[in-house]
Design a binder for this molecule. Structure first.
Ligand SMILES: [Zn+2]
Length: 211
């Protein structure tokens, strides 16, 4: 018969790869190092300092940059005697009529609403830890939501799409990039920074130290 009293301790020594689900012995790396999955090489544990600080910085930066991205001009096109300025809101509102109308909601959600919601959830979950306080009441749910929304946060994919489109447009008109474009470009770097510093295992251990 299984001894259920020892099961949590045994499970606590295991870790599942977030990418390929390989269950393996948990090895806490030396300070400043990180461990990887032996099968797919995804990062398992990053034993780096300032995980909370770095993740919070990413969340706050995302919120600030998104404000700039939404309210400042995105791009200006000049050609054939005409000048046309466009903002991100113009891009979102380009599908408000006809059968493509649902795209308005989808574009707004993927490039603005979900990134901001994710940044807010991360801030809510981690800010109390940063200031030495106990986690907020729904901190675990908030962090889980932030992780679940990650694949749907596509601000950086939007920028890549715009750059690809500009390659074709640049021969037809003079293109000027506005502050909003550079804010989105900075968001791409923020995403790379967050992916390289966020350690879910470390944050879960801080949010639920007894689990
Ligand atoms: Zn793996």
């Amino acid at each position: 018969m299984t001894n259920t009293t020892t099961l949590p301790d045994d499970l606590d020594k295991l870790i599942a790869c977030p990418s390929c689900d390989l269950l393996q012995q948990r090895v806490i790396p030396a300070p400043g190092k990180f461990s990887r999955c032996p099968r797919c090489h995804s990062m398992l544990i990053s034993n780096k300092r300032n995980v909370i600080d770095n993740t919070l910085a990413s969340a706050v930066s995302t919120a600030i940059l998104m404000c700039a991205a939404v309210f400042f001009p995105f791009i200006s096109l000049k050609g054939a005697g005409l000048t046309r300025d466009a903002s991100v809101m113009d891009a979102i509102g380009a599908f408000t009529s006809g059968f493509m109308a649902p795209l308005t909601l989808a574009v707004a959600a993927f490039i603005v609403i979900i990134p901001v919601l994710r940044a807010t959830a991360l801030f809510y979950a981690l800010a109390p830890l940063r200031f030495g306080r106990r986690p907020a009441k729904h901190a675990a749910k908030s962090f889980r939501l932030a992780m679940a929304l990650k694949p749907w946060s596509m601000a950086e994919i939007f920028v890549v799409g715009v750059v690809v489109a500009l390659v074709k447009v640049v021969d037809l008109a003079d293109v000027s990039l506005g502050p909003s474009f550079w804010a989105f470009a900075a968001l791409v770097l923020i995403v790379v920074f967050e992916n390289s510093t966020l350690c879910k295992w470390t944050i879960w251990r801080l949010l639920a130290p007894n689990k």
